[in-house]
Design a protein around this ligand. Structure first.
Ligand code: DC
Length: 219
């Protein structure tokens, strides 16, 4: 068992796991790690440095030397605010591409583990419970149907005033899920020891409450 308490929340894109993980962290006074942001930052930094997303050694080099930090709600890359730049659909696709490269995942591993600090950590991603924090005290696999997730992403984009097309979003989500599940390293999958939280028809509050209830159950 690791000394620092860790809650690992994994699941597919747009399942709402980021929002739930953040709220659980707030409720418990724990630190929060958005591991997807690290893959997104890597994809963005690669573009800025002129490194192609399929150049494994090149992108791993970018990941290993990533000058990025989480500063409250802001995500800073090379001393510039990259919070919205990393949320574009294009960078999402890039993140999924670079995340399939073993050397890139290896380059980000220790960095992710470094976020486990007292009094505890809530980490969300695809392999928090399987690879990064296999000894997490609580593992949750948070999911929702593709239709519900596409709808949530659509509202998110529309809310930011970005152009959004529901059919394109659904197709993109499905393609990204397929890539995340099919890759040979750390594929997206529910761990045998993870609790399943299906959020179709479940609001954020109820999802947060469920995770907190599981956490209390663990004592
Ligand atoms: O959660 P997200 O959409 O911000 O993640 C972006 C991409 O990064 C996603 O396609 C999968 C990948 N990812 C990963 O492979 N492992 C993680 N722990 C987190 C994200």
């Amino acid at each position: 068992m690791q000394l620092v308490p860790v809650i690992a929340i994994d699941g597919p894109s747009a399942s709402g796991k980021g929002t739930v993980a953040q709220r659980v962290a707030e409720a418990l006074g724990f630190h929060y790690l958005d591991s997807g942001a690290l893959y997104r930052l890597t994809a963005l930094a690669a573009v800025r440095r002129g490194v192609s997303w399929d150049d494994e050694a090149g992108v791993a080099g970018v990941a290993a030397t990533l000058d990025a930090r989480f500063d409250g709600d802001r995500i800073v890359l090379d001393e510039r605010d990259a919070s919205s730049a990393i949320r574009s659909e294009d960078i999402g696709v890039g993140a999924s591409r670079v995340a399939a490269l073993p050397a890139v995942r290896a380059a980000l591993l220790q960095r992710q583990r470094g976020y486990a600090r007292m009094p505890g950590l809530v980490a969300d991603g695809r392999d928090m419970g399987s690879v990064v924090f296999p000894e997490a005290q609580l593992k949750v696999f948070l999911t929702a149907s593709a239709a519900v997730r596409a709808e949530r992403r659509y509202k998110q984009l529309a809310g930011r005033g970005e152009q959004a097309d529901l059919a394109a979003i659904t197709a993109d989500l499905e393609a990204r899920d397929a890539r995340d599940r099919a890759r040979t390293v750390a594929p997206l999958a529910q761990q045998p020891d993870a609790r399943l939280l299906d959020t179709d028809g479940l609001g954020v509050e109820a999802a947060v409450e469920q995770v907190l209830a599981w956490w209390r159950e663990r004592g």
